[in-house]
Design a protein around this ligand. Structure first.
Ligand SMILES: Cc1ncc(COP(=O)(O)O)c(C=O)c1O
Length: 366
């Protein structure tokens, strides 16, 4: 298999150094390995711009969805009720989880290309005092829209509710100062903007909120509180930990710092995204999300014309070394191109040139 550049929202293109870390075997009981876990936990709290007195990072095996589910089952007790805000598939997945876990919940949905309104959140909280928690997705990777977690957070804080933010595809790539946001549980995973490989996710939790969660979980393996209880002692994971992935992640965190931190990474991603959007717009590919609401993570493009075949386009891009992503919308034909990972402006320029050539050939055929 070729070494493609993945223009997808994770797993994504990682550096050689990150991949190389996975060539060694490590023992989960060994102090050296446990220290790696502790170091990562500390660094994640730093990246979130908070301190270890008030916040802790808990790592959890599995893909991002496992970690979202672990937060829901651990943070939301039987007598609680969560307001779930949705404008895409990942918000809807939280609703699916709430149903499966039989959590009391209310849903506030808006169209996929619109942001939820904090005024509406306020009205819902005023109308239903039984709501105890609010859950929202930061970057809805379904479309690439960025949701106003800060504005919604102010309302959530004013009403004294617990705030859960799925920042899966944005944490590490979009500046997010938790010291200025009332987030109680922030969720992300190893294979997104920190640029590690898949295998675990993490939660940056306000200690005060996590402490209240003992005994809530209706799952053995996904009990975030118990995971924290064990992990906080010396970095030992409660059940088998993904050792290779953890080692790769430690390298990825080091590389984030070498790049200049989250601000520098954000600026690289934003540049990638700008090149992609402006050059594709001139070829007739319109973005589904307006520029003001667009994240620098992934862009959803509408098909440029009726004759456009995504399958053919995809195969041609793949032959040229780039793997792109199908759309996730049902009512319009779209595809997606991500620009996170070890992807630089030179890669975006090459990709745009390939797409320009592709479209020139297609236009000549018609
Ligand atoms: C915002 C968001 N939430 C949740 C998930 C689910 O993560 P996973 O597919 O790793 O289970 C994703 C995956 O891309 C995501 O982007």
């Amino acid at each position: 298999m070729n070494n493609y550049k993945l223009l997808t929202p994770g797993p994504l293109t990682t550096t050689e150094a990150v991949k190389n870390e996975m060539l060694k075997d490590r023992c989960t009981w060994d102090d050296e390995y446990k220290q790696v876990t502790q170091m990562i936990r500390k660094q994640l709290v730093e990246i979130a711009q908070v301190n270890e007195k008030d916040y802790t990072a808990v790592l959890m095996q599995g893909s991002g969805s496992f970690v979202v589910e672990s937060v829901l089952t651990t943070a939301i007790g039987e007598r609680d009720k969560v307001l779930i805000i949705t404008n895409g598939a990942y918000g809807e997945r939280i609703v699916d989880m709430a149903n499966a876990l039989q959590l009391q919940h209310a849903v506030y949905s808006v169209p996929y290309n619109e942001q939820p309104s904090s005024t509406e959140v306020q009205a819902i909280l005023e109308g239903d005092p039984t709501i105890t928690h609010v859950a929202i997705v930061h970057c809805e990777t379904t479309t690439g829209i960025l949701n106003p977690i800060h504005e919604v957070g102010k309302i959530v804080e004013r009403f004294g509710k617990t705030y859960i933010v799925d920042a899966m595809s944005s944490f590490g790539g979009v500046p997010m100062d938790l010291s200025k946001q009332p987030i109680d549980f922030l969720i992300s995973s190893a294979n997104k903007c920190i640029q590690g490989v898949p295998g675990f996710g993490f939660v940056i939790a306000k200690i005060e909120a996590l402490e209240k969660c003992a005994g809530n979980a209706r799952s053995v393996a996904l009990d975030l509180y118990k995971q924290w209880e064990v992990m906080r002692v010396d970095g030992k994971w409660r059940f088998t930990s993904p050792t290779h992935v953890v080692a790769a992640f430690a390298k990825a965190v080091e590389e984030l710092s070498e790049e200049g931190g989250v601000e520098a990474r954000y600026s690289r991603y934003a540049k990638n995204n700008w090149i992609l959007r402006t050059r594709l717009a001139s070829l007739g590919f319109n973005a589904y999300i307006t520029e003001e609401l667009q994240s620098p993570i992934i862009t959803t493009f509408l098909y440029p014309n009726e004759g456009f075949s995504f399958e053919h386009f995809y195969q041609e891009m793949k032959k040229a070394g780039f793997v792109i992503y199908p759309g996730k919308l049902t009512e319009v034909d779209t595809f997606r191109i991500g620009n996170i990972g070890d992807i630089h402006k030179e890669d975006m320029i090459v990709l745009c040139e390939i797409i320009e050539n592709y479209m020139a050939v297609k236009n000549n055929e018609n």
